[in-house]
Design a protein around this ligand. Sequence first.
Ligand code: AVJ
Length: 312
Amino acid sequence: MDMIKTAVDSGFRNDVISCFAGERFAIPARWLYDRRGSELFEQITELPEYYPTRTETALLANFSGDVGAHIGHGRAVVEFGSGSSTKTPHLLRAVAPSAYVPIDISGEFLSASSDDLQERFPELPIHPLEADFMHPLQLPDDVAGLPKLGFFPGSTIGNMVARTSVDLLRSMRETLGQSAYLLIGFDRIKDEDMLVAAYDDSAGVTAEFSLNLLHRINRELNADIPVGDFAHVAVWNDLYARIEIFLEARSDVSFAVEGHDVRMQAGERIHIENSHKYGLRDARLMLRAAGWSPVRDWSDENDYFSLILAEA
Ligand code: AVJ
């Protein structure tokens, strides 16, 4: 199995420099996922407070058969942001794909998880693609003529603001081509305490995941950020229906990043992540705004999470 790699690294440097050189302290959430970040995120998915992964996995276990019955067998499954691909086996068994294209920004993590999956599905052609799916994608030639099922689980869409989500969903529709389907996971609006706990767990794993971004900047760029002087903060923004995650300076700090001197006062925050939550109708409307037609959806009994199947 050969992995196709595309350049994702210079984007990190540029985004970090503009965070500290500009007037707004903000870094896009995708840079949380280096190898260490991807491992920490895997730990997050197993936390008692973090309900999305286990809820969505149960939905896939229960309803992948319905998806297969609706779309038939033999499509190429294209997974956006595949990470460890733990949820994928349920779907793969139900839709019997002719090929599988996992796309992830963390190449190392992608090749390890693709190897695992290949052992479980020895006959399945797997074509991993290391890429930032926020930029236009070229799918491997091997799947060019096949009808596609896009798979975008985990509520990854929640990381994006609405206009970016719509742009991405529209470009996925172009990438996946005529007669494609998309199966996408949305995290639902729910009790605020439950949401905040999911992003600020008692074991501190989410805090470590956030702080790893500063360690990553120190590791990969020329920087000396005093990571111990920052704290992870998660708040619910009801107007925007999203959890916002920040790294807050706990004292006045000064450091350098790629030759830029940076000062932050105690209480100043770097905005590192949004996690938008949706009503079912909000989610369907967003899909329609991007040209997709929702055809079916599945939710757990508490309406914590929903999967929507849409047609191009
Ligand atoms: C991978 C974007 C779905 O928003 O729930 C979890 C990321 N960040 N805890 C989410 C995340 C902190 C996660 N997504």
